[in-house]
Design a protein around this ligand. Structure first.
Ligand SMILES: Cc1cc2nc3c(=O)[nH]c(=O)nc-3n(C[C@H](O)[C@H](O)[C@H](O)COP(=O)(O)OP(=O)(O)OC[C@H]3O[C@@H](n4cnc5c(N)ncnc54)[C@H](O)[C@@H]3O)c2cc1C
Length: 344
């Protein structure tokens, strides 16, 4: 980006009373706890300001990028001149009860766990499974986030978006082109400002029941998913990485059979050792894939499909790890984690 653009952006933000920080260290904010420095990190506090900001970028032909809670992106090291818009301050939740159910309007910066708890506390079922997803509503719609068979998008009525040329529009759920870990928001780089949900009365089961379901899911999640080291959830958009990899060759097929049998055995007869077995299998997989030598970067001991940071501040090795992993497995699944390597 031209130096003159940097000053132009700063001046415009000040004149329009839009909150921003300079030189924000991504490693202190992202879920992976590594990455570069963003020169201009903008946090508008209402929808009108967001819209004006995107119109300004469009008019001035300045590229920008949107970040939510940074729970699915890995940002390159060094200085990032591209202005970043973040929606943490669009955190409003409004509730309207009608005869048929709940109408909820959320700003795109509302954390998914907050939305999930909001419904759970009202005694409405359907969002208990997404309680553990650390993204924002905007990031969650972009990625079509889901967990334990609950999808954030299930109860969407419509989404207020801006295109990168500054045009405001309302998309109905059917227009979102929702698929496994993707949507039209991701394809067309729309910016989500706000989302309306409707949860029908048939979902009402009472607060005690919804809390029981959430607690059970959270417990399961903590046990079987990475919860100690910084990570970004799943690397690849697959429901079963071991099964998909079994198509690679006879060795990976045999590894999968062994993995399945072992899981069955430990689950049935010696559950306390199941994680040790998985750790052993993951070490084998990493060796077979040639991914066992990336310093402080590896996968979780609990699942092969999760990058973990064992203490690095920089992402260069992590990006090499992910690219190598992708190269070796590209026929079988798409990347879910987003690598921001080419950002200016
Ligand atoms: C510990 C952990 C567990 C996880 N578990 C799950 C899980 O169970 N299920 C699951 O689906 N995911 C899971 N994830 C991944 C991640 O939380 C989701 O993909 C989430 O939806 C990302 O939201 P975010 O706000 O962090 O987006 P970011 O990571 O900041 O960005 C992701 C993408 O969304 C775009 N984006 C962000 N905000 C907006 C917006 N307002 N408008 C338009 N685009 C936007 C960004 O440009 C980027 O392309 C997990 C991650 C972690 C760290």
């Amino acid at each position: 980006m031209k130096i003159s653009n940097f000053y132009k952006i700063q001046k415009w933000l000040k004149e329009n009373d839009i909150y921003f920080h300079n030189d924000v260290n991504i490693s202190s904010r992202s879920w992976i706890k590594a990455g570069g420095i963003v020169r201009t990190f903008i946090q508008p506090d209402n929808i009108i300001k967001c819209h004006e900001l995107i119109k300004f970028f469009s008019k001035e032909k300045i590229n920008f990028y949107v970040l939510g809670n940074q729970s699915n992106v890995i940002v390159r090291d060094g200085v990032i001149e591209t202005p970043i818009i973040n929606f943490i301050k669009l955190s409003h939740i409004q509730l309207n009860k009608s005869l048929n159910g709940l109408h909820i309007t959320c700003g795109s910066g509302v954390p998914i766990p907050k939305f999930s708890k909001y419904l759970t506390n009202q005694g409405y079922s359907g969002a208990e499974g997404i309680l553990g997803i650390p993204g924002s509503i905007g990031g969650g719609i972009c990625m079509n986030a889901s967990s334990y068979n609950n999808y954030l998008a299930t109860y969407i009525e419509d989404v207020k978006v801006v295109s990168d040329n500054g045009e405001l529009s309302i998309l109905k759920k059917k227009d979102l082109n929702l698929r496994w870990r993707g949507s039209i928001i991701k394809d067309k780089r729309y910016v989500v400002l706000e989302c309306k949900f409707f949860i029908p009365n048939k979902n009402y089961i009472g607060e005690n029941e919804t809390k029981k379901i959430s607690d059970k899911i959270l417990k399961h999640r903590r046990y079987y998913q990475e919860n100690k080291l910084p990570n970004l959830g799943s690397i690849f958009a697959t429901k079963n990485i071991y099964k998909d990899l079994s198509r690679k060759n006879i060795i990976f097929f045999l590894l999968y059979v062994f993995y399945k049998l072992g899981n069955y055995f430990f689950y049935k007869f010696n559950k306390s050792k199941i994680l040790n077995f998985r750790k052993f299998m993951i070490t084998l997989y990493l060796k077979m894939l040639g991914l066992d030598n990336f310093d402080q970067w590896s996968t979780s001991d609990k699942t092969l499909n999760c990058l973990v940071n064992k203490g690095a501040q920089e992402t260069d090795k992590a990006i090499s790890f992910l690219k190598e992993f992708k190269k070796k497995t590209k026929k079988y699944f798409e990347m879910e984690n987003i690598i921001l390597e080419d950002i200016q």
